[in-house]
Ligand binder design. Structure first.
Ligand code: 5GP
Length: 115
């Protein structure tokens, strides 16, 4: 299985990659919703959070720790930021390859708009 993010991880299509290790890759979102909008993706294709298994514990934890490090590098650790993972239809997941959004650089407003 391949995805657009897997192609970015392998360097087959361009992206503004800011971090990569053996488990995760981070790059800037192509359509940023905030001054800082970075995607932290698993190097292996895991389609959604629903597909995580105990074998993925290390990659899931790495995503969080890398987010913390990038937030510091991007200068938003003190002001604050949001980490967000969309899972399937109701969350509006577009790319079925596990990724965490790191959003910051301005007040982000409420987590969800009231309906
Ligand atoms: P989702 O809705 O699946 O949680 O988020 C997918 C995100 O991937 C969107 O914010 C979208 O802008 C971003 N995205 C989709 N295709 C590309 C791409 O080819 N390059 C980059 N850098 N971001 C992408």
């Amino acid at each position: 299985m391949t995805t657009i993010f897997a192609q970015i991880v392998r360097g087959e299509i361009p992206a503004d990659i800011i971090y990569q290790d053996d488990l995760v890759t981070a790059f800037r979102d192509i359509h940023p919703l905030a001054p800082v909008h970075i995607l932290i993706v698993s190097n292996e294709v895991i389609p959604t959070v629903n597909d995580l298994t105990i074998e993925d514990e290390q990659v899931a934890g790495r995503m969080m720790l890398v987010a913390k490090k990038i937030a510091e590098q991007e200068g938003v650790a003190e002001s604050g930021y949001r980490l967000l993972i969309n899972c399937r239809d109701h969350a509006g997941q577009e790319v079925y390859h596990l990724h965490m959004h790191l959003l910051g650089g301005r007040p982000l407003g409420p987590m969800l708009a009231r309906q």
